[in-house]
Design a protein around this ligand. Structure first.
Ligand code: AMP
Ligand code: GLY
Length: 430
């Protein structure tokens, strides 16, 4: 089949590698893609968030399937435009994508469906928000309601910092319209986990669990980022717990959206805290996780394009996913200063050498070509993913390969998957 993949980040690079290695795929296009994706797909220079432009291009190439990677095109209604024109799409329409586009909406659906999550209230006034903040007590959790590229969340013990966050969002308009309402939430304690599932709007087929690292620095210090690394599977989440979460969290959300006449087709992502009172949802996303996907796709042995097509056509029932017994560790190489301001346009060296390590994939995220030279173009520049039988070996490979790559100011966390290595488990051969 002929597949069009939308997006240009590390997640899309991993999805592109999964689609390119799917036996069912004859031709792969990536719009706009990136220099790494150009090795497996033909790039199309178009605005992936413009429904009319995407529809035009999908029609021109007569795409058999469009896979939407990031949230922005979903929320912009790209899925709707394609579906209305009869195209097969992996990725929800605008209405069901609101489980990510509005955190208040997601909380509302979770309450309706009885999905375990923390207490939360939505505010557009600072004074009322502070009252609730004080009722809940520290640590304080403040979130912009809308999309803020992973930067609209503040978790802090410091009441003054919490109040500043409220004012920045509600009064100073730091996140624009997305922050004109904020949620104040109960703090959920416990290890975090990402469970992502394929769904056709009815059937739910979960991936193996993954874990990401949101904070910028080692030992979960520093500000929240889009994600500094990930690994899969997750020793603290054995298979039976993953299925329990799928049944008690993801399936009810898929049913709830369907009952509203807004069937969710695509990848549905639950970010959870494994609290002492059981798993509770921190957030839903309407797409694959970034960088979780960079640790999942290298382990997926099933034909990714077939699975996405089965979702798009409502034929997911009976699908089984095959996963490698290898574990995977993915380390993000970020620009110095990220998630704050950072330089771009810096030459990147050592990409070929890094990719030669056995079991290693180098996924591009914030890169571009300048006169034939690959340079940095964003905060998260690359993700280096490594597979191996054990977390110890996968970490060693990932860090060796990441160490071969150089650009000015390169920042990596050194503790990705360290806790999984600590809990090293031997997976059943069965
Ligand atoms: P989100 O964008 O909602 O996933 O939030 C980003 C990160 O902030 C999460 O991965 C958590 O580490 C943290 N966080 C968000 N909400 C909560 C919460 N209610 N309790 C504890 N940590 C949270
Ligand atoms: N890794 C978190 C996210 O994709 O939102």
């Amino acid at each position: 089949m002929r597949v069009l993949l939308l997006g240009s980040g590390g997640r899309e690079s991993a999805l592109g590698s999964g689609l390119a290695s799917s036996a069912s795929v004859d031709e792969l296009f990536a719009a706009p893609g990136n220099p790494g994706l150009a090795q497996v797909a033909e790039r199309a220079d178009l605005d992936a968030e413009d429904p009319a432009a995407v529809l035009d291009f999908a029609t021109k190439i007569d795409a058999d399937l469009v896979v939407i990677g990031p949230e922005a095109p979903l929320v912009a209604g790209v899925g709707d435009a394609l579906r209305d024109a009869g195209r097969k799409v992996f990725g929800p329409s605008k209405a069901p994508a609101r489980i990510e586009g509005s955190k208040a909406h997601a909380k509302h659906l979770m309450h309706e469906a009885g999905i375990p999550t923390g207490a939360a209230r939505t505010f557009d006034s600072v004074t009322e928000a502070i009252e609730y903040l004080d009722e809940l007590g520290p640590p304080y959790v403040i979130k912009a309601d809308g999309l803020a590229a992973g930067k609209g969340v503040v978790v802090t013990e410091d009441r003054d910092r919490a109040i500043t966050a409220l004012k920045e969002s509600l009064v100073e308009g730091r996140f624009g319209e997305a922050g004109s309402r904020v949620l104040v939430e109960e703090f959920l304690d416990g290890p975090e986990l990402s469970l992502i599932a394929f769904t056709d709007g009815m059937t739910v087929v979960p991936c193996e669990p993954a874990q990401d690292y949101k904070r910028a620095y080692d030992n979960d210090g520093g500000p929240n980022t889009g994600g500094m690394g990930s690994y899969s599977p997750v020793p603290v989440c054995p298979e039976d717990l993953a299925y329990e979460i799928s049944h008690t969290v993801i399936e009810p959300m898929v049913k709830q959206t369907a009952a509203r006449g807004e069937p969710f087709v695509g990848a549905i992502y639950a970010g959870l805290a494994l609290t002492t009172k059981g798993p509770k949802v921190i957030e839903f996303n309407a797409r694959f996780g970034d960088p979780e996907t960079q640790a999942l796709i290298p382990r997926l042995e099933s034909d990714l394009a077939e699975v996405c097509l089965a979702c798009a056509t409502g034929d997911l029932a009976g699908t089984r996913l095959d996963w490698s017994d290898d574990v995977c560790v993915s380390v993000v190489l970020a620009s110095g200063g990220y998630p704050g301001s950072h330089r771009t346009g810096l030459p990147i060296e050592g990409l070929d050498r890094a990719a030669k390590h056995p079991g290693v994939d180098v996924f591009h995220a914030g890169t571009e070509l300048h006169d034939g030279v690959c340079v940095t173009s964003g905060g998260r520049v690359l993700a280096v993913s490594a597979r191996a039988r054990t977390f110890k070996d996968a970490r060693a490979r990932a860090y060796a390969a990441a160490g071969n790559i150089h650009f000015d100011g390169k920042h990596i966390r050194s503790d990705i998957a360290l806790r999984a290595e600590g809990a090293e488990h031997t997976r059943d051969e069965a």
